[in-house]
Design a protein around this ligand. Sequence first.
Ligand code: ADP
Ligand code: PLP
Length: 279
Amino acid sequence: MECRVLSIQSHVVRGYVGNKSATFPLQVLGFEVDSINSVQFSNHTGYAHWKGQVLTAEELNVLYEGIKLNKVNHYDYILTGYSRDTSFLEMVVDIIQELKKANPSLVYVCDPVMGDHGAMVRITFKTLKSNVCCCVQVMDLLHQMGPETVVLTSTDLPSKHGDQFLVALGSQKTVKPDGTNATQKICMDIPKVDAVFVGTGDLFAAMLLAWTHHHPRDLKAACERTVSVMHHVIKRTINYANEMAGPGKRPSPAQLELRMVQSKADIENPAIVVEARVL
Ligand code: ADP
Ligand code: PLP
């Protein structure tokens, strides 16, 4: 069965963030991806210079209207990431509501990055992120707001393997055959690489979409595949970046662009290198 994703994210001419980070890996895994570029920038904003254009809420609506007039607004998933302003997000909400009418089983995958407001949420959340009970409470609170699946991609929780690992948590609510609710909570220790990558959050969200599609009631399996893809892509990226930078030099943002095309085989069939623990 064909599976179609509407992905509303950034486009960059050079490099891999937003739609550039999500489209290729989703296509490699067999998904049809319709992409709306919320911005078109030369490169991501971590470089010394960046230039480009931002799509307004009205321009977003025009693109959606075209899709709707042709009656091709049937999607299985909608995926959103980085967004700069609230009016744009309000238009995204209107579109999601319309898409839900066209397909009541539409799944919304939300990577909640939101410019400066996102930064505020992250600061408030930072103190909570170092306490496992707080993280679990945050995931339960998010469930109460609607999402069946919640993943905290990086926390400040100490890993039992030491400080070379970062801890990610996940929680999934399912309905058992007898009608009662069950929640599976999982924990993963991810080997840390000493560099700052950009576009990894976007790749994570895309891979979580793909692997929860294939394992809809098994968050452990979906997260193991997702995090293993991340690991392979990041390893390939850091090895290349270090080689390009030369001995003793820190790689530049351009050298640290994700090695996406080179990772095609790992995306398609990731060797599982990170195991999730059920909490
Ligand atoms: P965001 O960009 O949304 O803040 P995160 O920093 O949480 O995303 O990273 C998303 C995922 O990317 C992590 O769960 C991890 O799998 C991977 N990742 C990102 N940075 C690193 C790193 N330095 N070392 C190892 N894995 C990383
Ligand atoms: N989109 C743009 C244009 C960006 O500049 C960035 C980060 O700098 C992102 C998206 C988000 O990237 P990440 O997946 O690392 O959160």
